[in-house]
Design a protein around this ligand. Structure first.
Ligand code: GDP
Ligand code: IMO
Ligand code: MG
Length: 428
């Protein structure tokens, strides 16, 4: 029995797409359990690069079942655009290799509009969201007014739900924010079209995933975003609106915690963040720019330049704790190659003491001063390393520090974007 989780351990974009694709070769089912098309997961196969936002990264194999769980917020427009994009690239998508939860919440046009309006109204305190309607959709879910996939499948229920929702949303859009109301008929017609196309993929995915695990199939759960974007354990309010940590799997795929067999945290060899919010080890100097250039740190979903900084082991330790990580996959170790010295943060100086956890209060976090340990760098050309032994000695010392500090085994080291640029240390 195997039910294994891949999670982001920092602020997203750690290489979860690459790791999921790599690990998916040996599994039967790949499941997205939270987030939506705010995610941008890159998978490189040979000389082809695929950018996935909502469809699980197992889709590039012919024989895997890919599941969009109930914890996901689903924008049907984005889904069908992605299906078109993949089909044009030669990837076949059918109800036997893609399943969508009947309980997933639908992102509606007003969610996207409200995402933009709310960001603008926050002014300088904007979160820097992806603008995909994620926050407003999860707000409706928790407020119990959301429209689920099964509610769209029942046309009468959908009509009623849309009427009720649109009345309230239009009041907010026009009366609170002074913007134009949305038209019922055009949204209704558009979603009834989606309904037809969506219906064949819709299943009770908790039943499907449970049965897969119980019949000894291997299931891989693909996280989106990362620990510090988690709604509870991230740098609130500069977070996304879902549970990005291991606990999110149980809720977002309808699976009990006793079935989970392990969790690998994906972490870059340095740190990046897109959007606003605190980032203790951020580099504002030439080294930050050097890392951005070397790692091509630009967002997959929004194209924004990613903020770059040193590796923060306090964050990795936090990730390991809150998700009970069994392993780490360290990516982009090649990106740092060529730097004479590299630093890692091993604690925050806070009120005269050294702490090794991320405080809840942003005001406290702002007072935290990173404590660094400096290491000698390694050579540029490590992207062809095939075994751990082939890695430069200084890179190994760096990796040892990560293991020792987080008390979590590193099982995979990634030295480039390709599938083959992956060093597997423990037969993962
Ligand atoms: P995700 O959101 O966690 O799936 O990560 P993204 O796809 O947003 O960003 C990771 C980027 O790094 C992508 O462009 C990947 O192709 C690339 N990548 C992944 N692993 C490595 C690696 O080990 N080395 C290098 N140079 N690039 C990598
Ligand atoms: P993957 O899965 C990096 C960030 C946004 C913003 C905050 C809230 O590719 O790692 P949202 O639109 O979710 O309400 O935005 O979260 N964010 C991500 N940053 N990678 C992601 O996904 C992200 N998804 C959301 O930039 O700061
Ligand atoms: Mg990404």
């Amino acid at each position: 029995m195997s039910a294994f989780i891949v999670l982001g351990s920092q602020w997203g974009d750690e290489g979860k797409g690459k790791m999921t694709d790599y690990l998916a070769k040996d599994v039967d089912v790949v499941v997205r359990f939270q987030g939506g098309n705010n995610a941008g997961h890159t998978v490189r196969v040979g000389d082809k690069e695929y950018k996935l936002h909502i469809i699980p990264s197992g889709i590039l194999y012919k024989d895997k079942v890919n599941v969009i769980g109930n914890g996901v917020v689903l924008d049907p427009e984005a889904l069908f655009q992605e299906i078109d994009y993949l089909e044009k690239a030669g990837v076949d998508i059918q109800p036997d290799n893609l399943m969508i939860s009947d309980r997933a919440q639908l992102i509606m046009p007003y969610h996207k509009i409200l995402d933009g309006i709310k960001e603008r109204s926050r002014g300088k305190k904007d979160i820097g969201t992806t603008g995909k309607g994620i926050g407003p959709c999860y707000t409706d879910k928790m407020e119990r007014s959301g429209i689920r996939v099964c509610d769209l499948i029942n046309q009468d229920v959908f009509k009623e739900n849309l009427k009720e929702n649109l009345k309230i949303k239009n009041d907010i859009i026009t009366k609170v924010y002074g913007e134009n109301a949305l038209d019922f008929d055009s949204i209704y017609d558009q979603y009834i079209e989606y309904r037809k196309k969506l219906a064949p993929y819709v299943k009770d995915i908790s039943v499907e995933v449970y049965n897969s695990i119980k019949s000894n199939k291997k299931v891989l759960f693909e996280g989106a975003q990362g620990t510090l974007l988690d709604i509870d354990y991230g740098t609130y309010p500069y977070v996304t609106s879902s549970s990005t940590i291991a606990g999110g799997v149980c809720i977002g795929a309808g699976i009990g915690p006793t079935l989970i067999t392990g969790a690998i945290g994906v972490a870059k060899a340095y740190t990046t963040r897109v959007g606003k919010g605190p980032f203790p080890t951020e580099l504002f100097d030439d080294t930050g720019g050097w890392i951005r250039k070397s790692g091509r740190e630009y967002g997959v979903t929004t194209g924004r330049a990613r903020r770059c900084g040193w590796l923060d082991l306090v964050i990795l330790k936090t990730s390991s704790r809150v998700s009970g990580l069994t392993n780490f996959a360290i990516t982009k170790i090649d990106t740092l190659g060529g730097l004479e010295k590299v630093k890692v943060c091993t604690g925050y100086k806070f009120n005269g003491k050294i702490i090794d956890y991320v405080p809840a209060s942003l005001q406290d976090l702002a007072k935290c001063e990173p404590v660094y340990e400096e290491f000698d760098g390694w050579d540029k050309d490590i992207e062809n390393a095939k075994t751990y032994d082939e890695l430069p000695e200084n890179a190994k010392i760096y990796l040892n520090k990560i293991e020792e500090f987080t008390n979590t085994k590193i099982s995979i080291v990634s030295v480039g974007p390709g599938r083959e640029q992956t060093i597997n240390l423990n037969n993962m």
